[in-house]
Design a protein around this ligand. Structure first.
Ligand code: TMP
Ligand code: ASP
Length: 235
């Protein structure tokens, strides 16, 4: 394959392939927090995120969600469909935590009456600012129909994943998704791993996600391995 680096992100590199409609996504052994302000080399992280994300995407695909995943090429590389990125981070919250708790000075942990969806404009230079529906449509980042579809898919994914994680005594607190356009369709892209969600043990409420790194609470690789073990145990 004649691969050329076309994008280097904080957690993944993306390469072109011989096939113009596919890309190679390589998971890095790197963890960042606070918009890259803190960056650490963590051997084994790339492999774990790739395995967890593959497991989740396979489950979502089996349940009717369209994603960019074509196949895994190794334990840290995936072949994915090339899409036109919609530069919006879609966050869904089931419980009060993280920036939502901070913004409204609330204690973490309470269930929200119904899931909340928030959008953030993907821009490292601007530190991913909050953006609302009107701003997204006015700036022609996505149409109203596209936004409605994205929200609908996000809620469906939430219901499927709440069920999956509950089998492993994990509460899905919140998560971030990204979407892209291809052949007139909007599909799920990027990854789903403990880097971009909050998972709390149902009984002890301890974190099994990137908060252990953000807050220096526990070893990241050991924590992510526990998530993978629980998922694989529930097969
Ligand atoms: P927040 O509470 O910090 O806004 O995060 C909400 C969710 O989004 C949480 O599951 C972590 C995820 N997230 C990302 O994936 N990337 C980011 O850059 C941020 C800030 C959050
Ligand atoms: N994703 C951001 C970063 O890697 C922020 C975070 O996850 O805390 O810097």
């Amino acid at each position: 394959m004649s691969e050329q680096l076309i994008y280097s992100g904080k957690a993944k590199d993306v390469f072109s392939t011989d096939n113009d409609s596919e890309l190679l996504m390589v998971y890095k052994d790197q963890a960042t927090a606070f918009n890259g302000e803190r960056k650490e080399h963590i051997p084994g992280k790339g492999q774990l995120n790739c395995k967890i994300s593959s497991y989740i995407f396979d489950y979502l695909i089996k349940n009717g969600i369209k994603t960019h995943l074509v196949k895994n090429l190794s334990d840290h590389e995936q072949l994915v469909l090339k899409t036109e990125l919609i530069p919006v981070e879609v966050v869904l919250r089931n419980k009060i935590a993280g920036s939502f708790a901070k913004k409204f000075a609330l204690e973490e942990g309470k269930n929200l009456p119904e899931p909340i969806i928030e959008f953030y404009y993907k821009s490292d230079a601007l530190d991913d600012p909050f953006i609302n529906d009107n701003q997204i449509t006015s700036l022609e980042i996505a149409t109203e129909d596209e936004l409605n579809y994205i929200k609908d898919q996000t809620r469906k994914i939430n219901q499927l994943l709440i069920k999956l994680f509950a089998q492993d005594s994990l509460d899905l607190v919140d998560f971030k998704l990204e979407f892209g356009r291809v052949n007139g369709e909007i599909i799920l892209i990027d990854e789903f791993s403990p880097d971009n969600c909050r998972l709390w043990d149902h009984n002890t409420h301890t974190s099994l996600d990137k908060d252990v790194f953000r807050k220096n609470q526990a070893d990241l690789v050991e924590t992510y391995q526990k998530v993978l073990n629980r998922l694989e145990g529930a097969k």
